[in-house]
Design a protein around this ligand. Sequence first.
Ligand SMILES: Nc1nc2c(ncn2[C@@H]2O[C@H](COP(=O)(O)OP(=O)(O)OP(=O)(O)O)[C@@H](O)[C@H]2O)c(=O)[nH]1
Ligand SMILES: [Mg+2]
Length: 261
Amino acid sequence: MCATCGCGPSSHTHSHEGDTFDHTHQQETGARAHSHHKQKVDVEKDILHENNLLAERNRGYFEAKDILALNLVSSPGSGKTTLLERTLTDLKEQADFFVIEGDQQTTNDADRIHATGTRVVQINTGKGCHLDAHMILHALQGMKPSANSIVFIENVGNLVCPAMFDLGEKERVVIMSVTEGEDKPLKYPDMFHSSTLCVINKTDLLPYVPFNIEKARENVRKVNPRLEILEVSCLTGEGLSSWYDWLKEKLIDNPISAVTQ
Ligand SMILES: Nc1nc2c(ncn2[C@@H]2O[C@H](COP(=O)(O)OP(=O)(O)OP(=O)(O)O)[C@@H](O)[C@H]2O)c(=O)[nH]1
Ligand SMILES: [Mg+2]
């Protein structure tokens, strides 16, 4: 799947080791199998170490300019872009917004954000299934977000790999929708563990799907008791005011408030 984050290298290696690899692999001694595994972990560590250094650089950039940076993560189709469209439209008079859009392919989401009148930069990750700090650094150099603004980063729809990559954001917002099942926090704990807010979206569909919202909350708490939870419907607008309040609170927490009081 992904060419860089370590979720694909084993299948990548297999395809280049020749037809005999599987056979050889099965016959490896325990020690050899162990060293093969260890090598892979070291590579992942190097990639993440480099990413973390660049993420700190991005964080420094955001802090120097009093920019509030938020990383929006979810599985595909949970409503990241729709939440952004609503937010950018409803709060446009109250703050300056910039958006970095990450997708494997297409400019669909960037086009939707552009239609709200917001400055947006698209990053196509190709085979990559996450954004990394280096991509964000480049996007920031091109976009030059203004001081005291809010930068939203919409990550690639994926609950696994983006969890590992710090982008230098202040807050990580994980969105889950009621059509996905309430077990997602348990199945993808890293993402829920590393986030600061969980938005449960598409609550307008609750009458039609077997989704137990209390069970979902309980599962979130099991993985991360500190994770704040909001319930919204981006379709009807229900609950969005609590999301806006949360956002404004975070802006006020920032050294220089970006929100017009
Ligand atoms: N019923 C309902 N549909 C919603 C809601 N929010 C988003 N949708 C729909 O869900 C679909 C996916 O929404 P997007 O905002 O594109 O989701 P996304 O997370 O940005 O998707 P990717 O970028 O592909 O990962 C669209 O058809 C939206 O109209 C909601 O609150 N209720
Ligand atoms: Mg999207």
